[in-house]
Design a protein around this ligand. Structure first.
Ligand code: FAD
Length: 391
């Protein structure tokens, strides 16, 4: 049974159809009963709870990147609210989904041929194949449009890939990784579906993270990895095509950042009602109410922005700068909100058991990945002024 969230203060969930609301209710029930009780423990151990992958994908979450195959008609607002729902419980789990569906399936649905879509999307949606997305490199993060050093050289019916990648989520256990590399002939960025058992491919887990500890990020080395032409994404001809995938996923990260803010805020509200200081629950102190109302203001403004950006996707009017502004704005509001939520909990705000600490730490990764705030601001700046100021 669908119950509106108290933190959806302006009732955006009422925009959903009955089947969409039922799907949100199923996802919420699953996340609260199966994921929430174990996430702190896995976060602390820096391990991904792999046993959750199958039941999670059975909820059709990977089909958000292939919505025409969902069992009911659905809107981009539904898919956004659903990803918010997962992040509200845990951002590592929603990041896992973002990599599997938005980045991996999104690359294939945006840039793959019909044949490639037919071959890979069903397997990725069911989890028979797990994917990863390899764009960032040790020496190239924000400047990946022009700075990629990984090369792709045509050799008969094959391509030879050489170079390295950094930060690649899910890549310690993925079956395929989408590798973006510069074609040595025309200098353009192209995409390849690389099976991770290819000779010359290796992935090593990045240790010591203080944010999204459950997500398994990897350094990847490609030493003359041979990939057949049939695995080159047939419609990825330059970084502009890569950017099409990022336009969609950045709006998804904006939604996830609302979920992280909501998760921390809800933990703070519950705590404030219980915690007694100066003879009454701290929820009754004016300054705590001020912090709570500022959190709710950030959440509501961000949700409104995300709803509109998703509607623009369905209307066919969403451009790069629209999702870039949502990513930059909502992740910045999330960062303020999780800090206020943590503050409301005093010392317990830095203890995992109380949940705000995990959201607080995880917010840092969302703030920086899929384009830092500065990069997304520059995409918006280019649209405002007509001048690209990246270089
Ligand atoms: P840099 O590009 O080195 O930037 C450092 C700082 O300089 C930033 O503050 C940046 O905004 C600033 N800066 C750079 N250029 C300019 C400029 N022109 N003007 C003003 N400021 C500038 N990548 C993948 O390909 N696949 C993944 O699955 C993936 N998952 C990730 C998961 C996590 C947890 C993290 C942390 C990262 C992940 N990334 C992934 C990489 C992520 O997208 C990059 O970290 C991000 O794009 C920033 O690149 P960078 O870390 O190299 O920082």
């Amino acid at each position: 049974i669908f119950e509106p969230l108290a933190s959806d203060f302006y009732g955006f969930e009422s925009l959903l159809t009955a089947p969409e609301q039922e799907a949100i209710a199923r996802l919420r029930a699953w996340a609260e009963t199966e994921a929430k009780p174990i996430v702190n423990e896995y976060w602390e151990r820096a391990e991904f709870p792999k046993h959750l992958i199958t039941p999670l994908l059975e909820l059709d979450v990977a089909r958000w990147a292939w919505p025409e195959t969902m069992p009911f008609e659905n809107s981009a607002v539904f898919r956004g609210l659903a990803s918010m729902e997962l992040s509200r419980i845990d951002a590592s789990i929603s990041t896992f989904v973002g990599v599997q569906d938005g980045l991996t399936m999104g690359s294939i649905s945006e840039c793959g041929s019909q044949e490639q879509q037919d071959e890979w999307l069903p397997k990725l949606a069911s989890g028979e194949v797990l994917g990863a997305f390899g764009l960032t490199e040790p020496q190239s993060g924000s400047d990946s449009a022009q700075g990629l050093r990984t090369t792709a050289t045509r050799d008969g019916d094959d391509w030879i890939l050489s170079g390295s990648k950094r930060w690649i989520g899910n890549a310690t256990f993925s079956d395929i990784t989408i590798i973006w590399a510069k074609d040595t002939a025309d200098g353009q960025v192209k995409g390849f579906i690389v099976p991770t058992d290819s000779p010359g491919y290796s992935a090593t887990k990045i240790e010591g993270k203080i944010s999204l500890r459950m997500v398994q990020n990897a350094d990847i080395t490609l030493e003359n990895v041979r990939v057949p032409e049939r695995l080159r994404l047939q419609h990825a001809n330059s970084f502009r095509d890569t950017a099409k995938v990022l336009r969609l996923t950045r709006a998804g990260v904006a939604w996830s950042s609302v979920g992280v803010a909501v998760g921390a805020y809800e933990a703070a509200v519950a705590y404030a009602k219980e915690r007694v200081q100066f003879g009454k629950p701290i929820a009754g102190h004016q300054l705590i109410q001020d912090l709570l109302s500022k959190c709710l203001g950030n959440i509501t403004a961000s949700m409104a922005m995300c709803v509109r950006v998703s509607q623009m996707l369905d209307e066919g009017t969403q451009r790069d700068e629209h999702s870039a502004l949502a990513k930059a704005f909502c992740t910045a509001r999330m960062r303020e909100t999780v800090a206020w939520a943590r503050e409301i909990m005093g010392g317990n705000g830095i203890v995992l058991d109380y949940h705000a600490a995990r959201f607080f730490a995880d917010a840092e990764a969302l703030y920086s990945y899929e384009g830092t705030r500065e990069m997304n601001a520059l995409i918006v700046g280019r649209a405002i002024t007509g001048t690209a100021a990246f270089v």
